[in-house]
Ligand binder design. Structure first.
Ligand code: UT7
Length: 328
């Protein structure tokens, strides 16, 4: 039987600049109290350097992960970058990252499934490990959301931040690893959350810039209503498929889009908030980086054999969950 894939290391890059609710209050008609109570964000990191983008953050996360694991870039066979803010439309950010870190033995590509990009990338990577063709795969979730956020819009600018998180996947040597995953997509949700311009339908033009079509457009309430159900559905389904009771679960690792969506998911699963990885107050929604950023910040508390449910929801709509038995 083929080996399962295991997450054997995690690392992250967080830009230094901290954009607080207090600072946002200076320019927009909003308050710290409103932002905290509606979505649970207190501050977010912003990559201020205009000459650095998604690839820089991804490369920093990757380099620190290689250091941590005592690996050289040449050990990596495949790099998958999950992102909605690629360095360029092409080539793939994964290829740029490979060049930046010197991973000349690695092929690579990007995966884009909005906020579900990271879980989609881990699921894809796990298949390369399971098939036996690859033994060391880097999956990096990296997003410079500040490059597509309109900082004059109080509905969206409060939510997002920049960051990158990386995981190493290797063949499992025991019963631990990525044991199950179920991902979903429903493209009819497009109109509620998307970036209208910059693709083939509306290429960049003076009009598209003037009309602010290169920024995130979101009908927050419509997204919230679906997210709060689907993320909980996916997490609950993952428990049922694997005969897991609330007590069997060590941690829930949810995509960090809104604290209220996360609380609703935990509630449906019957698990208490002390088992929920929650850092949205510090980083906001970093899109592809939220889940690996949580794994990094809870790494010290994780024990080999712990049952973890990762769950996500994003534009598309896309959503799903993954069951991981922690490997170290
Ligand atoms: O990761 C991708 C998936 N994304 C999500 O899951 C996001 C899902 N949506 C949400 O998290 C929430 O909808 C938001 C946090 C974005 C907004 O919270 P809400 O409770 O749904 O607020 P709302 O959009 O219904 O707006 C309520 C009111 C409106 O005023 P009126 O029309 O009732 O007078 C807004 O104009 O709050 C107003 N508002 C604000 N007020 C102060 C909207 N943004 C702000 C703001 N500060 N920043």
């Amino acid at each position: 039987m083929n080996k399962k894939a295991a997450i054997t290391g995690v690392s992250a890059y967080r830009p230094e600049y901290i954009l607080t609710n207090k600072e946002i209050e200076q320019t927009l008609d909003t308050t710290d109290e409103w932002i905290m109570s509606r979505c649970g964000v207190s501050e977010r990191r912003i990559l201020k350097d205009k000459n650095k983008g998604t690839a820089f953050m991804a490369a920093e996360a990757a380099k620190s992960l290689l250091d941590k694991k005592g690996l050289t870039p040449l050990d990596i066979e495949l790099i998958i970058v999950a992102t909605v803010t690629p360095e360029h439309p092409y080539p793939a950010t994964a290829n740029i990252v490979a060049d930046m870190i010197g991973a000349t033995n690695a092929w690579g590509f990007d995966i884009q499934a909005a906020c579900s990009s990271f879980l989609s990338a881990v699921q894809t990577a796990s298949k390369f490990i399971e098939s036996g063709t690859h033994k060391k795969v880097l999956v990096i979730g990296s997003d410079k959301m500040s490059s597509i956020v309109d900082y004059t819009c109080r509905k969206t600018s409060i939510l997002f931040g920049d960051a990158a998180g990386a995981v190493l996947l290797e063949p499992s040597i025991d019963e631990t690893g990525i044991l199950d995953a179920k991902l979903y997509a429903d493209g009819s949700g497009k109109k509620y959350l998307y970036q209208p311009a910059g693709g083939s339908l509306i290429p960049a033009s003076i009009e598209s810039v003037t009309n602010k079509q290169h920024f995130v457009q979101m009908d927050g309430q419509a997204v919230f209503k679906v997210a709060v159900i689907k993320m909980a559905d996916a997490a609950e389904e993952m428990m049922q498929r694997n005969n897991l009771l609330a007590d069997d679960i060590a941690f829930l690792t949810p995509h960090q889009a809104n604290k209220r969506i996360i609380e609703a998911t935990a509630n449906r699963m019957g698990i208490s908030m002390d088992k929920v990885m929650l850092n949205i107050h510090k980083y906001g929604n970093t899109t592809s980086a939220t889940i690996p950023l949580c794994l990094v910040e809870w790494e010290d508390q994780l024990k080999k054999g712990d049952n973890i449910i990762l769950t996500t929801f994003g534009a598309g709509f896309t959503w799903g969950a993954m069951y991981v038995k922690w490997s170290y």
